[in-house]
Unconditional design. Sequence first.
Length: 371
Amino acid sequence: MATPAAGEPALELTVTVHVYVALDWGDEIDLERARELAPSEPHTLPRERRTPPSIEYRPTPVRFKLDDLLPPSESAVPLDSRTSADATVFDFGAVSIGCHARYRTSGAELTRLAGSLADAQPLIARARSAVEPLFNRLQPAITNPCWSSLSEEYIVIELHPADGHLPPLQLVEHHAPWLAGLVRLEAEALSQGEVAESLKARMSYTPMDLVVVDWAAALVIDQNPDEILDLLSFANLQLLELRQINRQLESDLEAAWHVSRRHSVSWLPFWRTHARRVRALGMVKVDAHGMLERTSNILKLVGDPYLARVYQLLVARFRLDEWAADNRRSIAVLEGIYQVLTQQAATYRAEFLEVMIVLLILYEVVAPLVR
């Protein structure tokens, strides 16, 4: 049995475990049409007084209730009657599935539970299976429906302040190894360096709330956590979309390298204009830039509001800026490859025409002499 992390609180805790799974269903989803195909409701961003009204989803996504997403017999989370599940569908073709389970447990049991959630594949498989009927029902509203094999999962452990445990800042001070194990989904004890690293990305708005963000999971202590939970789910969805774009660009880059190699050994390089591939590249570039803009603009988080600062923690932990920059570099490389190929083909054609002109002039000079 795994050794529990040091410094676990001895008291009983009220905990809600949120499991978010992000999937990609196609190029675009007509949200109005989707609402006609299945019972749903618009999902607006839960708002606290600290958040300005300018921060909202544009356009508003649609949320569908799901039944029997994770039955107790098949889940690592001890689900009960207080479990709920939903799927939030966005217009850029992505969906975020959420399963929310609330129960009473001890600090030691929560540590073991976090460790069991490190292997999220059973949860992902069950989520895919449960949401498949919704995907089939919404297909008429999806442009180029294609269920990507990629997915992103994120675990959020919500501790309820009403339990009377230590205030969050004292919890960090006195139970740091235990908190670190939760956000790392690690039942084994961590080194001091890992504890410090895992708790580095944290933020509080009042002395009674706390958000700790790591790569695999987050810890939330808040009287009204819905706004933060929505943000965590959305950032996980953004990571999926950036990975999806990156995979497509890698495929396009590989195809471009094959074209360039064939071009280098071609006997008639001047004959290849690559116009069709250049046009296709233009569409790839437009689609990639469009997806980057849509995923970043649907929830505009700029300035100094608390929610925007929490989002910056997520951007750093998920390396969203690095994924976006890598995608833009790939687009630039693709564009450069086809521009070079097109310029080379134009040069070869010009040189061929020059040779033909010289031969024609020679013929005009030599032909009368031969006759």
